[in-house]
Write a protein that binds this ligand. Structure first.
Ligand code: FPP
Length: 250
């Protein structure tokens, strides 16, 4: 992790920031993880789902209110059809097989992204999971699927354009708070921390609006190797960072 080495003894507890309320993760490196084992990329994605299960459990245990994960970007349509199919199958299986346990664990599932290009049966499946878990309060799990940050803004702008044409919205009523309410990820507060695994140092169109003030953390671990300890370390490093939101701080 690209954080200065420090032990928990180095910083006065009083100077630690509050833990993040919302952590977002770009789960990168499944392909390289599989390749290192001489296995097909789909094998890496499957291991990625196992890591996702652990991360959800860890987020819940650590008391995070919201966890967002980037599972399929709008740019991922450019991958070979077989890989796209395997990612769709994994989402289907995750939602089907894990729903009972997630519901029991108090996890509210949200899918953020475009519905365009998703089949009717998949839409029904995810709508059902969202409906079933909508009153859960322990952890909100946002699965970004068919998601792009620019697309999210385009969808919000189109909706506001329609409201203006219908006469229900005046242009001057559009402000930052309104845009935050119109985007797909509106049900969660802005992420305080965005983590990307695998050593890549990019946002790749993830949470461009809501992540404007997020702390960014790039860690070298490949996603299937991510554990509860990785999340704990990231949260610990976050708590040592100085967040000023453009001001001068305390
Ligand atoms: C990027 O790694 C990862 C993805 C494009 C998909 C992430 C998906 C999962 C972790 C599992 C799917 C989960 C659900 C719920 C559908 P990469 O494949 O680009 O890895 P590479 O950069 O090493 O090639």
């Amino acid at each position: 992790m690209s954080e200065p080495k420090s032990s928990s003894m180095d910083v006065d507890v009083a100077t630690l920031r509050s833990p993040p309320k919302h952590v977002a993760i770009i789960m990168d490196g499944n392909g390289r993880w599989a390749k290192a084992r001489g296995m097909p990329r789909a094998f890496g994605h499957k291991a990625g789902v196992d890591a996702l299960r652990l991360a959800v459990e860890a987020a819940r245990d650590l008391g995070l209110g919201h966890l967002s994960v980037y599972a399929f970007s709008t740019e991922n349509w450019n991958r070979p059809q077989s890989e796209i199919d395997s990612l769709f199958d994994l989402l289907r299986m995750f939602v089907k097989r894990d729903l009972v346990q997630l519901h029991r664990d108090g996890v509210r599932i949200r899918i953020i992204g475009s519905r365009e290009g998703l089949s009717e049966d998949l839409l029904e499946l995810i709508d059902d999971a969202v409906r079933t878990t909508r009153d859960n309060t322990r952890l909100t799990l946002n699965i970004a699927f068919n998601y792009g940050g620019r697309g999210e803004l385009v969808a919000a702008m189109r909706e506001m354009g329609r409201m203006i044409v219908a006469g229900t919205l005046g242009p001057d009523e559009i402000d930052e708070a309104m845009i935050s309410r119109m985007i797909w990820s509106a049900d969660s507060p802005d992420p305080d921390l965005v983590i990307r695994t695998s050593g890549e140092v990019r946002l790749s169109n993830f949470l461009l609006w809501s992540g404007a003030y997020a702390e960014l953390m790039f860690i070298n671990q490949l996603w299937p190797d991510f554990t509860k300890e990785s999340l704990e370390k990231a949260i610990d490093a976050f708590r040592r960072r100085d967040r000023r939101f453009g001001g001068l701080g305390a």
